[in-house]
Ligand binder design. Structure first.
Ligand SMILES: CC(C)(COP(=O)(O)OP(=O)(O)OC[C@H]1O[C@@H](n2cnc3c(N)ncnc32)[C@H](O)[C@@H]1OP(=O)(O)O)[C@@H](O)C(=O)NCCC(=O)NCCS
Length: 210
């Protein structure tokens, strides 16, 4: 166990047996921190894009929160976003793409999880020079039962300490602008908003130097 939060909640390294739970937590928090079940027709694709590959490609920085009822959250990091994205494109997405239809480029025809199927067939990664001072990135999501117990801050600090020990100078995270709770959480941990013309406008980039 990496951290004990009390009341039956603890942090431990994720393993392959957690993939179902990673997909489930990702779905239940996938709509700017809220449940995305009603939006998606494939319950696993969010997790197969934003959670599982982190355990596969950067297992030393992939943790789950185990609660009284099982896995109820995760914090995932990768020290080298550029290398991670290259492996996602080369190794992770092609086998997924072989078993999923490409919905085509016309967004107006997309329904359900078509957006995810499109990402899997045509991945686009955002890593302009302004992010390169913060080469690590990650994701953190807790189910409602686990929130407000200092689990998120404890878990993310532990991953940041591991990244620092690995020689990484900084980290960035993407947040939906409508996710006010997450934005306040990252600010409380010392992250600041990055503003740059090279960054897409539909998402907020929060960054910290270690
Ligand atoms: C955002 C999230 C990871 C925070 O984890 P957490 O364990 O609930 O947060 P902590 O208890 O460690 O909070 C640490 C500090 O962050 C701030 N904070 C956390 N959640 C907050 C919220 N909803 N609103 C305002 N501030 C918040 C507070 O300053 C808090 O300190 P305090 O409790 O002394 O006031 C968690 O609530 C979560 O997973 N939410 C849903 C999924 C999500 O939005 N993920 C982020 C996607 S980018």
């Amino acid at each position: 166990m990496a951290l004990d939060f009390g009341d039956g909640y603890a942090l431990r390294l994720a393993q392959w047996t957690d993939y179902g739970a990673l997909n489930r937590v990702c779905l239940l928090t996938g709509d700017s921190g809220k449940d995305a079940t009603a939006r998606e027709d494939d319950p696993d694709l969010l997790g197969l894009i934003y959670a599982v590959p982190y355990q596969v490609l950067a297992p030393d920085f992939a943790f789950v929160v185990e609660g009284p009822g099982g896995v109820c959250g995760y914090v995932l990091g990768t020290p080298d976003s550029e290398g991670f994205y290259a492996r996602m494109e080369r190794e992770w997405f092609p086998p997924l793409a072989r078993r999923l239809p490409d919905p085509g480029p016309d967004e107006s025809t997309w329904t359900g999880s078509d957006w995810a199927r499109r990402v899997i067939h045509h991945p686009e990664f955002v890593y302009p020079p302004v992010l390169q001072d913060y080469p690590a990135h990650g994701h953190i999501d807790l189910l409602e039962e686990a929130r407000g117990r200092k689990i998120g801050s404890g878990a993310l600090r532990l991953v940041m300490a591991r990244l620092t020990a690995a020689g990484v100078p900084g980290m960035h995270l993407q947040v939906s602008p409508s996710n006010a709770g997450a934005l306040a959480f990252y600010r409380a941990l010392g992250f600041e908003r990055l503003e740059d013309a090279s960054l897409p406008e539909h998402t907020v980039f929060m960054a910290i130097r270690f």
